[in-house]
Ligand binder design. Sequence first.
Ligand code: SAM
Length: 338
Amino acid sequence: MEKKTLLDLKRKLNVNHRQKGSVTYAEQISFVLMGLQQIEKYQRNNSTGVFPTLKEVKIICQEQYEIFDIILSEEEYKLIVSDLYAIDLFSDTLYENIYEIFVDHAYKQKCGQFFTPDKVIKMVTDMVIEGNENIIMDTACGSGAFLIEAGKKVCNLQKTKLIGIEKDMVLANLTNKRIKKLYGETHYVICEDTLKIDQISFEPDIILANPPYGINIDGEPSEKVFIKKNIEMLKNEGVMAIIIPDGILGNDGNSELRKWILTQCRILAIIDLPKETFMPYTNIKTSIMIVKKGSFEKEYDIFMAISENCGHDARGNTVPGCDFEDIVTSYKKWIIKK
Ligand SMILES: C[S@@+](CC[C@H](N)C(=O)[O-])C[C@H]1O[C@@H](n2cnc3c(N)ncnc32)[C@H](O)[C@@H]1O
């Protein structure tokens, strides 16, 4: 229902261009809805049917989010509020749906903004979260799926902090709100470019990430820069689980990076993922790499697995027989013996 209403709204607003001023259409609409959410006098079943004016919403957006660029017209705002009866402003899925519907596919691909499949999120967190960590961080957190799943596995949410970093302002805002709502105010997402952060005041025990791939950052592919940055940020003895394109593990051009990783970390596991894993969004072939930072013996065992079934086909249709749980079970047995 929510998606259908938003699709209708998009059609009515005639959104065939993404940008409007310096703030994207998705941002405009998200912030207007967030502004409405903040205004206490607005009530879902408001019998008078009176909504805050666009001017009031703009003031809230400035005060709460430092957004000064809401340039939707009165007519466009009227279209939004006229559809509000069919939208639950407090639903958990609202902002993801806005993002999905209003931000165009080409832009998402350019910024590496495809979401990580739930089954991958579950497998990775099952493998690495023990439950007693101090800080669990995702350095390219998108919708926060890794952090949200990690939160379910943590023993004490007062002790463990979940921290996300996300460059995209709308995603960062949405995920920040979502994490706080789910787990409380001590967990948060900051809107920053991870690669430009010089220093952080804490050291994560766990870094989980599915960073953007193949985006050029000062002449280097983003995945390489993210691997280095994550390892630098990680606490000694901390664990990083990262989804990487297979080229990192095999291409000649990445041999220096591989050598560097081996000087910094012990490789715990490599899991080869099926080519369908990120389809239909991208067909890049990927693996999960899990490493532990710090000193280690010269020769050691590495857990290796090849997944043959990720639970969906190339079009995203569910197929039976996902083997991720078997891999988690084997890994846990292996790691206990270590
Ligand atoms: C593949 S998506 C992550 C998906 C995430 N695991 C999820 O399920 O939503 C990569 C994310 O990294 C963000 N990103 C790209 N470059 C970044 C940077 N330099 N610093 C922080 N975040 C970045 C993108 O906006 C995108 O949301």
